[in-house]
Design a binder for this molecule. Structure first.
Ligand code: ATP
Ligand code: MG
Length: 782
């Protein structure tokens, strides 16, 4: 037998060498599902199956790339090249390009990203004179997205009065009209949005039986990773393509289904056995990723869900350290805890930054973590924020390039027609849009025919418009001979973009220039890299497609050693030796918006399960007692998920002095107060002060500037636990050297106030001076 198969256990081996027929592998996190898919493809190829006949769908393009590399290492790079591998979106975008004319699209159609969709929807709402507070463009976009993913076309929408009624009930009776206008405008612009890539593929496969047959014959073997998160549209594509040969292998874990909010349907995995005849079901039980502590803790969590397939997950790995639970006073403290723990672990264990991941529920949480990591000089990278290709200056350059390929692209045109400024104002643009809609032509066509049509534009502006069209056409000519890099370099210079960004000389301007340089470097890489790919031509169209579908994870060149910061949703399928799950607080995680029904709460719990199971060696759970949200300091309670973990797997690391709740420590009226109840950190349920409020105008990063008042349930202590005397009525003099339980040694600089209000200003060796209220401070004169 092939040697590489030794790297599988017997339960993994069975599905790996089972090639024909429908099959499903249902197994918990870290049990080797992705490994089975990878080795299975290598095995199929070694048995003589043509890589051209294998289609493998993954959750990220990065996952596809890694799989391909692994397979290449086993079967050889030249063979692996021909595999079709990637996300649903990237694979079907390629097929749509080939078949575009059947659907009335140009093969060089543009892919609109969410930003483009948002802009177009906002513009339609404005053109239709609708109230933008009722018709919020993001909500409208997500509604349109859910229609598309449920295969509700515009026609189907208008044929179904219930849909219209539902939208009217939601106070948006014009939803259908916006949907129609949006679809028409995208079509006219030769553009598909992300959801179209799936919807149009479905349309293609249903309307054209010959096309369906062609791809059924081509993709005789289909494999899908993370099957639990496929939506209806994706499900139908897989069904249609696999219908003829039924060689379909899907792997997934119902306990990791976390995209219901985007239309993923957990029933796809639950019903798989009903969809095909003679489905072989495989289960894997041994986890290879994590320690016993982590595996058992994760099991104890997911056990709380009622809707689940019963599964066993165990590991032969070592017991490992317990999961560390840390409580901080503020989100700033939480960030500092994360940063210092990473710092210390790196020192002790001699491990690189890339061994660490910080996972959070919402992107906004990254700021406090970033601040702390920066202060410690720890390199990090945020995934899933604004992708590089969505930055303003990059989108400006790309918009020129998109226009070269597809001058009908309305969003690209609107972006650059007057950038850099060339005297074409909003009024002119509005006229162009109205005229284009009236004639059912594109804006570019209108500009090209200003003399032949009825439009009121003065001759000066006409000239400017014609010059713009000529500029784009000159680029189109160049595109016939130059490569992507040469073309882009020429465009950035001759369009005036470089001059425009160079002009201001501000740090932002410099950063923008650097980004453009980075984009050009990327293009050079692309031109060189494409030479190695079998069916690639290195064309501008191909580059733009890669860019349109690139996510942050994909841009990771793997050449830098950084701590990874990302949302839990993005971390699916990944693994790291050390994982911090931060912000474990009620209303944040579980999210306040997902606690209305049991099924929502269960999805949050699955999300927590995904987070915890990313960790190989050590997991950290952290929460803060107060946190800035929406610009306000608010109180927080520890997440129920911490309580749900069996206590035996936890190690509560909150330092002794911090375990006494003390908002003052953070607010610079330093003193010590003690909660009236000693909470078991695993069962903490007390509500801290309600009165922490931001002073008007105080910057977020300086909690010192906030007014606080002591919470009612906290009593001052007169004798501290370590025996240090309370000094409020004893004699303390300027120049005394004192010791504070939290800040260490310091010198008294000043004493002010009287009686219970006596404060001392002390400069501590650990840095900075602080004012302490002697009534509360645990000071010892030494
Ligand atoms: P997830 O549910 O998180 O996607 P998964 O089931 O896909 O997890 P993999 O990522 O395939 O699991 O495997 C988890 C880890 O265990 C990987 O590092 C993988 O290389 C390793 N692994 C899997 N099977 C074996 C094995 N038989 N021997 C050694 N290591 C293994
Ligand atoms: Mg996996």
């Amino acid at each position: 037998m092939e040697k590489y198969l030794n790297q599988l256990n017997s339960a993994q081996l069975e599905p790996t060498i089972q090639i024909d027929g429908p099959m499903i592998v249902i197994a918990g996190a870290g049990s080797g599902k992705t490994r089975v898919l990878t080795y299975r493809i290598a095995y199929m190829m070694s048995k003589g199956i043509d890589p051209f006949n294998i289609l493998s769908l993954t959750f990220t393009n990065k996952a596809a790339r890694e799989m391909k590399e692994r397979i290449a290492a086993i079967v050889g790079a030249s063979e692996a090249k021909n595999l079709w591998m990637g996300t649903f979106h990237s694979v079907f975008a390629k097929i749509l390009r080939i078949e575009a004319d059947k659907l009335g699209y140009p093969s060089n159609f543009t892919i609109y990203d969410t930003q483009d969709s948002d802009r177009l929807i906002a513009s339609i709402i404005k053109e239709m004179n609708l109230d933008k507070d009722v018709y919020k463009y993001k909500q409208v976009r997500s509604r349109i997205s859910s229609y598309k993913n449920s295969l509700i076309t515009v026609r189907a929408y208008f044929q179904n009065p219930e849909l219209k009624e539902a939208d009217a009930m939601a106070r948006r009776p014009k939803m259908g009209e916006i949907y129609k206008a949006y679809v028409d405008r995208c079509f006219k612009a030769g553009a598909m949005d992300f959801d179209d890539l799936l919807l149009k593929t479905n349309e293609l496969l249903t309307r054209f039986p010959d096309v369906l047959m062609k791809y059924q014959n081509r993709f005789r073997y289909i494999l899908v990773d993370e099957y639990q998160d496929t939506n209806h549209s994706q499900y139908l594509i897989v069904r249609a393509l696999s219908d003829k040969f039924q060689n379909i292998c899907v792997v997934g874990d119902d306990a990791q289904s976390i995209y219901a909010f985007r239309g993923a349907n957990i029933n796809n995995i639950l019903n798989f056995q009903k969809d095909y005849d003679d489905v072989k079901v495989f289960r894997l039980e041994q986890n290879y990723r994590s320690t016993k502590n982590i595996v058992n803790a994760a099991n104890s969590i997911i056990d709380k869900n009622q809707t689940k397939l019963e599964k066993i997950v165990w590991t032969a790995n070592e017991e490992g350290a317990k999961i560390k639970v840390n409580r901080s006073l503020t989100d700033g403290d939480e960030g500092r805890y994360v940063a210092s723990t990473i710092f210390e672990t790196k020192m002790e264990a001699h491990v690189p930054n890339s061994d660490f991941a910080v996972l959070y529920r919402t992107n906004a949480q990254s700021r406090a973590i970033e601040d702390a990591l920066r202060k410690r000089d720890i390199k990090y990278r945020i995934y899933g924020g604004l992708s590089f290709y969505q930055r303003k200056e990059i989108k400006d350059v790309l918009s020129y390039l998109r226009l070269i390929i597809n001058p009908a692209d309305e969003e690209a045109l609107k972006r650059v027609i007057n950038f850099p400024p060339r005297g074409i104002g909003q009024t002119t643009l509005d006229k162009l849009i109205v005229t284009a809609n009236g004639y059912d032509r594109t804006i570019f066509e209108v500009i090209k025919n200003l003399d032949k049509i009825d439009i009121k534009i003065n001759s000066g502006t006409k000239n400017k418009l014609e010059n713009f069209a000529t500029l784009i056409e000159s680029y189109q000519v160049m595109n016939q001979t130059a490569d992507v890099f040469e073309l882009a370099e020429h465009v950035t210079k001759s369009s005036g973009l470089i001059r425009e960004f160079n002009k201001d000389g501000t740090p932002e301007g410099v950063a923008r220039m650097e980004n453009i340089e980075e984009l050009l470097n990327g293009m050079k890489d692309f031109v060189e890299g494409q030479r190695e790919i079998a069916d690639a031509t290195g064309s501008l169209a191909e580059f733009l497609e890669d860019v349109a579908l690139a996510t942050d994870l994909d841009n990771d060149k793997g050449d830098t050693d950084h701590v990874a910061l990302m949302t839990i949703h993005l971390a699916k399928g990944l693994e790291f030796p050390y994982v911090f799950i931060v912000g474990l607080e009620e209303d944040l995680f579980p999210s306040a918006m997902s606690m209305n029904t049991r099924s929502e709460l269960e999805e949050e719990r699955r999300l927590f399960y995904v987070a915890l199971t990313r960790a190989e060696k050590q997991a950290y759970l952290t929460y803060a007692l107060s946190r800035y949200r929406w610009g306000k300091l608010i109180d927080a309670e520890p997440s129920r998920f911490i309580e749900e973990i069996d206590e035996q797997y936890l190690d509560i690391v909150t330092p002794i002095e911090e375990r006494r709740y003390n908002p003052m420590l953070d607010a610079n009226i330093f003193g010590d107060v003690e909660p009236n109840q000693k909470a078991s950190p695993n069962r903490i349920r007390f509500k801290p002060a309600k009165t922490l409020e931001r002073k008007k105008g105080a910057p977020k990063s300086e909690p010192e500037k906030f007014q606080v008042s002591a919470p009612k349930n906290l009593k001052p202590v007169s004798k501290t636990s370590n025996g240090a005397a309370n000094l409020f009525d004893s004699k303390l003099a300027v120049g005394n050297i004192v010791k504070h339980i939290r800040f260490g040694k310091g010198e008294v600089l000043k004493i002010e106030g009287q009686g219970a209000d006596t404060k001392a200003e002390i400069r501590f060796e650990t840095g900075g001076s602080k004012k302490l209220l002697l009534r509360f401070a645990k000071l010892e004169v030494i």
